[in-house]
Design a protein around this ligand. Structure first.
Ligand code: HEM
Length: 193
């Protein structure tokens, strides 16, 4: 279960670019903090899409690329945990800014699942937790996906962010479609996803 470096290189480079861009585009301290909070979550979208569809894509279209994705979900997941740790730091910085609006606590549950999955992403925990490991990761992936879907769907109702919402929501729904198609294919074939 060797880790791959590519998702971590992406996570470090994309998060660094997100922070620099947020600090550069913001007009004042509060806006710099807000933009940095936005961009540090936004760079997680490609990883969430890949993690959510990896094994389903391999089931529907077996090949070298989809095999790589399916085999390296752990590295992709840990790469996402890294980008979202930067989001957490950016969010705490935003909350600390004078004049920043109160934030809903709902995101805390998301972080509980992100870190439970990250810290149990090793053979020892898999063996120790057994069925509960699969239940934790199956639920955790759906919960993270839901946070992104709700986050971007809500942007459709905000004029400033509508174009972004209308771009990312179809991608997320397509990923959901891939999972449902793989699940149906599994049922037809009578095997595991
Ligand atoms: C207590 C925990 C969290 C807080 C306080 C928080 C706070 C924020 C803030 C302030 C923004 C910018 C909002 C805006 O544009 O007005 C943001 C954006 C976002 N957050 Fe979080 N967040 C938290 C947890 C999470 C979690 C767990 C996820 C997903 C698993 C997540 C995903 C996102 C996404 C997708 C965006 C939109 C990024 C974009 O603009 O493209 N957040 N968050």
């Amino acid at each position: 279960m060797r880790l791959r470096i590519e998702p971590f290189l992406y996570a470090i480079a994309a998060s660094a670019a997100a922070v620099l861009l947020g600090q550069w585009l913001g007009q004042d301290a509060l806006q710099r903090a807000l933009y940095t909070a936005r961009f540090t979550a936004r760079v997680g979208v490609p990883l969430v899409l890949l993690i959510y569809t990896a094994s389903s894509l391999h089931r529907l279209w077996p090949g070298t690329g989809t095999a790589w994705l399916s085999r390296n979900r752990r590295s992709l997941g840990l790469g996402f945990a890294l980008t979202h740790t930067v989001h957490l730091a950016a969010v705490l910085n935003y909350i600390a800014q004078p004049g920043s609006p109160p934030q809903p606590a709902a995101g805390i549950l998301g972080y509980v699942f992100i870190y439970l999955m990250a810290f149990s992403s090793n053979p020892g925990s898999m063996k120790q937790l057994g069925q509960w490991w699969h239940r934790l990761h199956a639920a955790g992936v759906q919960i993270v996906f839901l946070y992104f879907l709700v986050g971007y769907a809500s942007m459709v109702f905000e004029p400033e962010l509508r174009p972004l919402g209308l771009t990312v929501v179809p991608l997320l729904l397509a990923a959901l479609g891939v999972r449902i198609a793989a699940w149906r294919a599994r049922r037809v074939a009578g095997g595991a996803v």
